[in-house]
Structure formats: C-alpha cells, structure tokens
Design a protein around this ligand. Sequence first.
Ligand code: PGA
Length: 243
Amino acid sequence: MSKYLIANWKMNLPPEGIEAYLANVCAADPRDVALVVAPPFPFLRHVVQAGAVSVAAQNCSDQQSGALTGEVSPNMIRECGADAVILGHSERRNLFHEPDALIARKLSLAIATGLTPVLCIGEDLRVRDAGEVSRFLADQLKTAAVDALGDAREVIVAYEPIWAIGTGRSATGAMVAETLVEIRQALERFWPSRFASAPILYGGSVTPDNVHDLVAHGTIDGFLVGGASLDSRKFLAIHAGMR
Ligand code: PGA
C-alpha cells in the first residue's frame, strides 16, 4: 500500500507563489508516497495542470447542481481534474456546523462521482481527557460513513485530533500509534472485507521537526498537513522525513 502526503492549503496560498511552489513539489521524486495538493477551489485546475501531483478539493456540496449560492459540486471538482476530496474536516464540522448526516451525503455523492474521499475524524480535548477517544472515533466513522461508503472503491481516513490542528501541539508518535490501532479495529468491525486496510493518515501540527517521531512507530500511512504545507521546502522536508 502506498503512503500519502496531502497539503491542505485551507484558505491560503503559498507565500512563495503557486508557480514556484508547484515547480519545487513537482520536481521531487515522490518515491512510494502519493503527493497530493488540496488548494482552494479556484486553483484546482492550476494544480492539475502542473501535472506531477494528485489534486484534492477541500470540500464539496451534497448536490450536483441547483440554487445553492457559493457551493461547488463533486462533478465540477471532477471536471477540474481533481481526484479526491477532503470531507468532514473539523473546521467544516465546527466552524460551518456540518453534521454527520451532511458529511454522509457528501461522501455518497463524491464517491458516486469518482472522487476518493479523505474522511477526517478526530476528538476534542474534552473527549480525550474523559478517556472516550476510541468510542468517539468509532461513532464518527459509523454515523458519517457506514452507509455512505457502500459503493466506494477506496477511502482514505485522516485522524486529526482537534486540539492538535493549527495549535503547534502535535500528538506524540506513541499517542497516534495507539489511536490508529483503535481506528483500524473500527474499520475492521464496520467494513470487514473492504476497508480494513484503508490508509489512515495523521494530521495536526505536523512539521519537519516532529515527522520522525510520528513515523517511528510504523503505523501511519501518511499525513494531512496544513500550516507547514504552505512552504514547499517544509512540505518536502516532511516528505523526506517519511522514509
Ligand atoms: P495543521 O492543519 O497542520 O496546520 O495543524 C492540519 C489540518 O487541518 O489538516
């Protein structure tokens, strides 16, 4: 199974400029890592045209067309040439109040459109302190995805503890390894023959400095990187650290 390194630019552009960024990232030898860039919608085609990386959208609508001002459909994303879509990111869940039922509808439509979903799950500090991480993550997977993944060929899961996103406070490698075992068990329980070996990524304040600790436990299939992915040198240093 190949590994993934996804740059989630969020609503930002690389300070060095898109051209310079893409030239650097596309020149890298990906080895056994699928390099994926997730830019804001207007730049999807731009990144597709750069050629050497896979492209993901950061969100999509649960409808293909209609009077839905400001929304972007899975078909439109596909038409831009993107391969994947990030769904259920905690910023979508918390800042834009997306419930599991909406995430499930987005997942179904994205899958039907041929996009690979990158499904984000993750607990907040209250859940972690209460010792309920395992149950909480299994519930998130179950309510958002058990039915929605019916027709999926593949799914990528991104474990992103909310308290680690954009805070500079990454989870430790040991903590992530333990949680990934629990997520794997939930995948085996819900989709025994299909997604038991789905790639599970980690996201939350990943940098070139902590990537070694995170990969040392050998269970992570890659990373979803926000802040540090905006600088091509840092993004490639994380890639180098995945060896
Ligand atoms: P971060 O964001 O790397 O800036 O913490 C990760 C994410 O939100 O995907």
